[in-house]
Ligand binder design. Structure first.
Ligand SMILES: *Cc1c(COP(=O)(O)O)cnc(C)c1O
Length: 233
């Protein structure tokens, strides 16, 4: 079998991001690739690091913290998975961005732990934009209320929105959801003109990241397309 190397895959993904930026007249520097390393050994993470990647996505606190201790200090870890409240204390200070905040209770725990560590934690609010039963995240209609609650917290900074789009054969089917998430961010920004750090749209995965970039993604989260298939438990 002719396995593609991590470097070849990275070149392909970065090239595709470039192409999608050209199509939508965006700057490639406005889009950051998060290499999703969940379930993959730290050696693979380091290989991507050697090829210039600095942003890594994990979906379990334990795995993120383990890898954090084994990689150079300028690697940036993103928490992209569902987050349990009792794990937050291990995570604060080790992640640059929590992508998956979907309740005020969770935000409250992040606030408390961040205050304890005398830090401010950047977060995204996760939206279940296609209203899928099986997905975490709030519905679009619930965003304003949750944001109004969270913005009172002093040790949390809401930087934008994240979504996990449906798994589809044709990525064009997800374009509508990326447009919707982008519009939600614009609305949120318009209502909070004083908050000019609300600029992150985390959307797009291996299957659909090019469409996501065309519709304004600033972070794409790609795992399989870089590191190959994950073993399913
Ligand atoms: C696993 C995961 C990804 C990466 O998915 P791929 O299809 O392997 O690119 C992206 N985002 C989240 C939230 C994930 O859990």
């Amino acid at each position: 079998m002719n396995e593609r190397t991590i470097k070849e895959n990275l070149d392909t993904v970065l090239n595709n991001i470039d192409k999608a930026c050209k199509v939508s007249k965006r700057n490639a520097s406005d889009v950051t690739l998060i290499a999703v390393t969940k379930t993959k050994p730290v050696e693979m993470l380091l290989e991507a690091y050697d090829h210039g990647i600095r942003d890594f996505g994990e979906n379990k606190v334990q795995e993120l913290v383990d890898k954090y201790d084994k990689v150079p200090k300028d690697a940036r870890f993103h928490m992209i998975g569902h987050l349990q409240k009792n794990k937050v204390k291990y995570l604060i200070g080790k992640t640059v961005l929590i992508h998956s905040v979907d309740s005020f209770e969770l935000a409250g725990v992040i606030e408390k732990e961040s205050a304890k560590q005398n830090t401010v934690t950047d977060i995204l609010i996760e939206i279940n934009v296609a209203n899928e039963e099986t997905k975490f995240g709030i519905r679009s209609e619930e965003l304003k209320k949750l944001y109004d609650q969270i913005k009172e917290l002093k040790h949390i900074r809401v930087r934008g929105l994240m979504t996990i789009a449906p798994y589809v054969d044709d990525p064009e089917e997800n374009r509508q959801y990326f447009v919707e998430l982008h519009n939600l961010l614009i609305d949120m920004r318009d209502e909070n003109i004083d908050n000019n750090s609300m600029d992150i749209l985390s959307m797009g995965m291996t299957n659909d990241y090019m469409v996501a970039v065309e519709e304004g993604a600033t972070y794409v989260r790609v795992g399989t397309g870089i590191f190959g298939e994950r073993n399913r438990p």
